[in-house]
Design a protein around this ligand. Sequence first.
Ligand code: PLP
Length: 385
Amino acid sequence: HIYLDNAATTPMAPEVIATMTEQMQADFGNASSTHYFGRQAHTVLDTSRHTLAQSIHAKDNELILTSGATESNNTAILQTAKLRAKEGKRIITTAIEHHSVLKPMAYLETQGFDVIYLPVNEQGVIDLADLKAALTPETILVSIMMGNNEVGSHMPIHEIGELVRDSNAWFHTDATQTYGLLDIDVQADNIDLLAVSAHKINGPKQIGFLYVNDAIHLPSFVLGGEQEKKRRAGTENVPAVAGFAKAVELLTPAVKADLQARYAGFKQQLLADLKANDIDFALNAEGADQVGHVVNLWIKGVSTYVLQMNLDLAGFAISGGSACTAGDLEPSHVLIAMYGEDSPRVAESIRISFGHETSSEDVAAFAEALTKIVKRNLAKQAAKG
Ligand code: PLP
């Protein structure tokens, strides 16, 4: 089986597994304990936190370790709303956010908040003029993702940061799909809150962080002990944090540059192969500034369900929808926002996402398998008349 669904999750790097195994055996102490075992665990936590903070140009005390991007997004949105409700009840986001942003937003709407969902164009990008027009003095939060998990489009984060900096609002961004591939600088981009997850960058699952600018004091989302400077209760998962930091260490600037170049090459190769095989397809979010590892294709005339099922049978793992809702047949809210609900793209698209292990041979084999499946299904449809 060939894995081409790295936007959903990635396999753990062998170095990450080795680090975690060692931690689990050696430093099992509770990082809050004051004895030797606790101190050992706490040291690992501190050094790992430093690595993570450096990776986005933040200070160590600006990171809250969480169970992943879902919790980070929930914390950023719900706790900002709680803290700032007296200042204003207006929040701005986009129509193509991940559900871990959209669901908290929907909840806030039931609590009297006014949530503005900015539209996107066919490239999956907002219009800065729309954001500017929507930003009122009552706006307390702007939550706009850095890179989209379904189509790979990249939002103009620097420009958004500048607009929000000059307003009353705080700027939150879900950087889950760009972290580890692009350089992120929370200071240069005026980002107040930022969510990431380790399992998208060959680290373990259920660990991530929320960056919170140190001028902001969010109330704790998870109540209990005094961990994370009273900002997130619960005994820290030290092996997972160490594994997360190891995954980040592996992503040196040279590795990132190499990955970007390889992914761009794989994408070109895939499109060229399908074209050479006379497949009638179009790239979704064509022309967008794309994250790199995500390719979303409209395969004209064949349904997402048929493509996904037959590719699975042929040994290829891809996604038919968003990262976390693949498997259910909900139409993609991202493709609907980009092309309208009547567009055939909504029912005939697939997402391919490359990872560290992807090879040019994998891409060639995938193009061949997809070609066979598409031709077979179109022939079947033609025969049925
Ligand atoms: N945000 C985006 C853009 C994602 O792709 C994902 C992936 O699942 C998440 C948030 C949720 O991350 P996690 O699985 O760490 O909760």
